[in-house]
Design a protein around this ligand. Structure first.
Ligand SMILES: *Cc1c(COP(=O)(O)O)cnc(C)c1O
Length: 430
């Protein structure tokens, strides 16, 4: 039988249950010493002095914007291709998001477009290391310094990625990370803020620290939801649950709703549940995850190389471009192909659940009103995202590569690649 492969594979520490049980036995689900340990360890991992944990990555951004004391109504330049929550949080913090375009080759902020977006009201820029690829922090840093913009790095996809050997998160005035289930470090929600200036850091800590603690019941619910998500993304379970629903939706030309994304909506006033503290059990899981992060990153990168090797020579296909100086961690592996929608449908029928747009072309969302066009972001939205996550293992990655290779060979009369499909996937699912 065909084994279907889910687009997502959350990173889960093997002793998750034991860690939760240990926190519970000590009465340290909510409060506890692991929070400070985790803040310090996570900051140290990237080479920063200290960090402040928050309920969400977006709240880390919110506190950073407040702590930098930016003039109200000031313009914050955001890449047009990003998670809609980022510009919306800018607005919730009393500032005005302005979109700059991305380079469709890298999916990240285009320095030339940043330059053009600057006005006398510009106060900050949020370079996003989208999909795990560091932005050109030399060019962006120079432009920001000349225009006196604060630089806030969005590292939600890129914990562990480096630009010229230095970790992302250490180039700007401040940076934030997310620990949602699918992010590079999964603690079932949460975020971290880092800031260069100790006074800014102290103001972030003061704000984050004055939020109320969540209840144990609330945290238990979050951990249970995480366990469910993780079960459904396992190949055996995915194949007989979400996968048939996705195929049925495709055949009926319906929009599948098996992935429950957050509804795009205004975030001011901040929704309930945003204003709370990060908990000890999450920090304990984060500490265990940090020990595995390097191994997860190298597995993901190895899977990306398997895709590169299998797909790079297929005519009309463009594998991810990694500029010199950037170390990609492949939170997403983005591929441009001819006849995108047909590729997606055929991949699904062959058992590979391919995603099309993992974030949003924010400049086209009605939430932000009418905005100047951003052709780079619109082009970038045409890429597909092929699974390369760590829990695929080498055999799974080879299986994905072989299936995608066959789909692409059959599209638009393209000649079949001369290279044979990679071996090692075994006879099943072909
Ligand atoms: C996930 C994400 C965030 C915010 O993270 P939360 O923890 O969900 O608030 C910010 N930026 C990008 C690009 C993201 O994908």
């Amino acid at each position: 039988m065909l084994t279907a492969i889910c687009r997502y594979g959350p990173r889960v520490v093997p002793d998750t249950r034991a860690i939760i049980a240990r926190c519970r036995a000590r009465g340290e689900i909510v409060h506890g010493p692991d929070i400070r340990h985790f803040e310090r360890a996570c900051a140290a991992y990237v080479g920063a002095a200290d960090g402040v944990s928050t309920s969400f990555g977006r709240m880390a951004l919110y506190y950073i914007l407040q702590a930098l004391d930016l003039p109200s109504g000031g313009e914050v330049i955001v890449p047009a291709l990003t998670f809609w929550v980022v510009p919306e949080i800018v607005r919730a913090a009393g500032l005005t998001p302005v979109f700059a375009d991305v380079d469709p080759r890298t999916f990240t902020l285009d320095p030339a477009s940043l330059e053009r977006a600057i006005t006398p009201r510009s106060v900050a820029v949020i370079p996003t290391h989208l999909y795990g690829l560091p932005c050109d922090m030399d060019a962006i840093g120079d432009i920001a310094a000349r225009a006196q913009l604060a630089v806030i790095e969005d590292c939600a996809h890129a914990l562990g990625a480096r630009w010229r050997g230095r970790h992302v998160g250490t180039f700007g005035d401040a940076a934030f990370f997310s620990f949602q289930t699918l992010k590079p470090l999964n603690t079932y929600g949460g975020g971290l803020a880092i800031a260069r200036d100790p006074q800014v850091r102290a103001r972030i800590r003061q704000q984050a620290g004055s939020e109320p603690w969540p209840s144990v019941e609330r945290i238990d619910k979050r951990l249970r939801l995480g366990a469910v998500q993780r079960t459904f993304s396992r190949p055996g379970v995915f194949t007989c649950t979400a996968y048939p629903a996705l195929v049925a939706a495709m055949l009926w030309k319906a929009r599948p709703d098996v992935y429950l994304w957050e509804k795009i909506r205004p975030l001011s006033p901040l929704p309930d549940g945003y204003r709370e503290r990060y908990t000890n059990v999450q920090a304990a899981l984060g500490l265990a995850g940090l020990h595995r992060l390097a191994a997860w990153t190298s597995a993901t990168r190895m899977h990306a190389r398997i895709m590169d090797d299998a797909l790079r020579e297929i005519p009309g296909v463009q594998i991810p471009h990694v500029p010199e100086g950037a170390e990609h961690v492949y939170y997403q592996y983005c591929l441009y192909t001819p006849d995108r929608d047909r590729v997606v449908r055929r991949a699904l029928l062959r058992g590979v659940d391919v995603e099309t747009l993992h974030v949003d072309v924010c400049s086209t969302l009605s939430l932000f009103g009418s905005q100047p066009p951003t052709p780079g972001a619109e082009r970038a939205a045409e890429a597909i995202q092929v699974p390369v996550y760590a829990s695929l293992h080498r055999a799974g990655a080879r299986r994905v590569a072989g299936r995608i290779q066959r789909v692409l060979a059959g599209i638009g009369g393209l000649p079949a690649p001369d290279r044979p499909a990679p071996v090692g996937a075994g006879p099943s699912g072909r």
